[in-house]
Ligand binder design. Structure first.
Ligand SMILES: *Cc1c(COP(=O)(O)O)cnc(C)c1O
Length: 699
């Protein structure tokens, strides 16, 4: 690995020899290394040198002479850098349970290209700047003028008999002498010690004889009066450990040395970096140092350190351009994306329930029932196990309250999800299937009227695909025949009909909070809404073993309850329902405007937009199979709501042989396009484009 790492640093865009593996290994006694390598398709594309502090659970870029930062190849794109940074941070979260990342980007002068893509990634991860070192750098292509003061200093040094020298290979006594002087100076002026001891520097210089050199100013053929250690990288000579004693200072020893290094020894480098002139984590400049370096034409560049709180949800969302990659799949409904958008509130709410020790029929259920009743505009909401049971419980309760017998009939559209019909059967009543209109897919009221018999006790309109059924006509029909109206509102959370919400348009309504519904739980849940207090109380009883007092059972009820966790989750999600529905409508409008293919029939849009919350965006196509396959090839997921009409299901064999031509045609041709509030505009455009180029020989 070390050899591969070093080779990569050589090829990279921004690596320096300081990031070579052997150098870092040398440092390893100080740090716990948690460096990472990044591969894409078995190809090494990035290195991430880092250390680990177990106590603070912090990952930090290499300190000291080794710069931090992601190292990558010249051809790596900004998008890949973003992906790499994201993958790296997620790795640290998942495998080290890291909390913080301290990141030091490699200053641009060390790059062969001035882009700093990793900085962009940092800000996407909500990084904040924690310290700033100002370094003084001479840009050799464009140097500022050497100041007169420095020229005079260099002259004075020559007059005093000072001269430049360099430590020759392995002459360790010279290094020792210099390090002693350096330490004494640092101690005296800054109360600091050099980062490296003599032994460490000796080891480094013996490992990198070509890249680390000690330059000196001497007097009288022996005494060292000033010096510095230079780290030579590809484009930069990095001057460190600058020091001069009183004698040197008096005689301009450093002026002489720097003039030599800049204008002779390293004149072919791109930059001379004098190193950092700030103290106390960048809180103030050492003005003396800055003044001196400026005199040699140096300007400021920043050595910054950033801190990132490693929050999984933030990191996951730092690159929406990638999560919504144009080449990726367009999911029918990306529940993961939807629920992630409610974090951290969603997880917090669940955690509160877990910690409360109370899991059924508690405060979260009561609170959501209140909030949902208020949202719908009814007096009562009763949570239960799911949508099927919501409808079943309403019908069972009415059966008791109104003395319906087993011959009683409920008119229900034939083209619905089977649950509507099963609920009627579960309640011991007879479903009577009614055709929809071919334009709206909603119950055909005239057809319904023709199905009314002496046994008819209820009509169950279904707000299919999110569009409200024609409730004025249905209620009028029901009133005329003394029927109850039970809305199946499982697909219409938030829809409004003439200003009134679905769920408040009949005698009672059943909702489902199945995860994929417009308002979805994290499992099963459902509820009924009604203004009929007597009905609500009976539903509550029937859903709780037919009991309103513990261990006293008045009816053979069922166990149909929403647990506290689901109620808490729903309560977090409810406030965004209207906005989410509006986004669904916006996508629907785009589909209607954008889809332009004679093979595809778009749904009729209601006159009043609020009527429809687009649980599903249904199109019709005579060659549906081919269209669905074509979209699949384009990475676009679709569903069929529903492939087999209820009257042709084995489970409902009593309807076998029944002819319902409109229903059957709809089931043959209908196809649901992806529609979710978190779909991006690009995804919508992709779906439209794929639909518009679809071509098939219908003959
Ligand atoms: C989802 C749905 C139901 C049933 O809801 P569950 O919670 O899955 O039991 C009933 N009717 C319609 C129209 C539905 O879409």
């Amino acid at each position: 690995m070390a050899a591969e790492w070093d080779e990569f640093v050589d090829k990279s865009k921004n690596g320096t020899f300081l990031l070579k593996r052997q150098f870092m290994d040398y440092h390893s006694h100080r740090f716990t290394d948690c460096s990472l390598v990044v591969y894409e398709d078995n190809e090494l594309i990035g290195l991430f040198p880092a250390n680990w502090d177990d106590e603070t659970r912090r990952v930090y870029s290499h300190q000291g002479l080794t710069y931090g930062g992601l190292i990558y190849l010249p051809e790596v794109t900004q998008l890949q850098v973003l992906q790499m940074m994201q993958a790296i941070m997620l790795w640290y979260i998942d495998f080290l349970q890291a909390r913080t990342l301290t990141y030091k980007p490699i200053p641009y002068i060390y790059s062969t290209c001035a882009a700093e893509e990793d900085l962009y990634a940092l800000f996407r991860a909500n990084a904040r700047l924690t310290s700033r070192g100002v370094s003084s750098v001479v840009e050799m292509d464009n140097p500022l003028k050497l100041r007169k003061l420095r020229i005079r200093g260099a002259k004075k040094a020559i007059d005093a008999g000072l001269y430049i020298d360099r430590m020759v290979d392995e002459d360790w006594s010279v290094l020792k002498e210099y390090m002693d002087m350096l330490e004494e100076g640092l101690q005296k002026h800054h109360n600091l010690k050099p980062v490296h001891t003599f032994e460490e520097m000796q080891l480094l210089m013996s490992r990198f004889p070509q890249q680390i050199k000690l330059y000196l100013t001497r007097k009288d053929r022996k005494t060292i009066v000033a010096g510095c250690i230079v780290f030579i990288t590809r484009r930069v000579a990095h001057i460190q450990y600058i020091s001069s004693n009183d004698e040197g200072r008096k005689n301009g020893a450093l002026d002489l040395l720097f003039r030599h290094l800049i204008y002779e020894r390293f004149k072919n480098m791109a930059y001379i970096d004098f190193g950092i002139s700030t103290e106390n984590h960048g809180h103030y400049l050492n003005e003396g140092l800055i003044f001196q370096k400026e005199g040699f034409g140096a300007r400021a560049i920043c050595y910054d350190a950033y801190e990132v709180e490693l929050d999984r949800t933030v990191i996951e969302q730092m690159q929406p351009g990638i999560i919504k990659a144009p080449q990726g799949r367009v999911k029918f409904l990306d529940l993961k994306r939807i629920n992630a958008s409610f974090e951290p509130a969603l997880s917090d709410a669940i955690t509160r329930v877990v910690r409360s020790g109370w899991y059924l029929q508690g405060s979260a259920v009561r609170q959501f029932e209140r909030n949902f009743a208020e949202y719908i505009g009814v007096t009562d909401c009763v949570l239960c196990g799911n949508g099927l049971e919501a409808l079943t419980l309403i019908l069972r309760a009415y059966k008791i309250l109104r003395n319906w017998d087993d011959e009683s009939e409920v008119i229900v559209p034939a083209n619905t999800f089977i649950a509507s019909i099963l609920a009627i059967r579960e309640a011991g009543l007879k479903p009577v299937l009614c055709e929809p209109t071919p334009e709206t897919y909603l119950i055909d009221v005239q057809a319904a009227e023709s199905l009314i018999s002496e046994h008819t006790v209820a009509i169950m309109p279904v707000h299919l695909y999110g569009r409200v059924a024609p409730m004025t006509q249905i209620n009028a029909l029901a009133a005329k025949h003394n029927c109850v109206v039970v809305e199946d509102a499982a697909q219409a959370h938030g829809a409004k009909y003439e200003g009134v919400r679905a769920g408040h348009l009949g005698n009672a309504a059943g909702f489902s909070f199945y995860p994929g519904k417009n308002l979805g739980a994290l499992g099963d849940a459902g509820c009924i809404t009604t203004d009929d207090g007597e009905l609500a109380a009976l539903v509550r009883k029937l859903g709780n073993y037919g009991s309103s007092e513990k261990y006293v059972n008045d009816y053979p009820g069922l166990n149909s309850r929403t647990d506290e966790i689901q109620a808490a989750a729903l309560d977090i999600k409810l406030p965004r329902l209207d906005a989410d529905n509006e986004r669904r409508r916006e996508i629907a409008r785009r589909y209607v405007e954008g889809i332009d293919n004679l093979l595809i029939q778009k749904p009729e849009m209601p006159h009043n937009e609020a009527d429809n919350v687009f649980y599903v965006f249904p199109i019709r196509c005579k060659c549906r199979e081919q269209l669905q396959n074509w979209l699949k090839e384009q990475g676009i997921e679709t569903l069929i709501h529903y492939p087999i009409p209820p009257h042709k299901q084995k489970a409902l064999s009593e309807f076998a042989g029944m002819k319902l031509p409109v229903t059957e045609q709809i089931h043959r041709e209908i196809l649901s396009l992806p529609i979710s509030p978190l779909m991006t505009d690009e995804e919508v455009e992709r779906v439209i484009a794929a639909l518009n180029v679809f071509n098939y020989n219908v003959e």
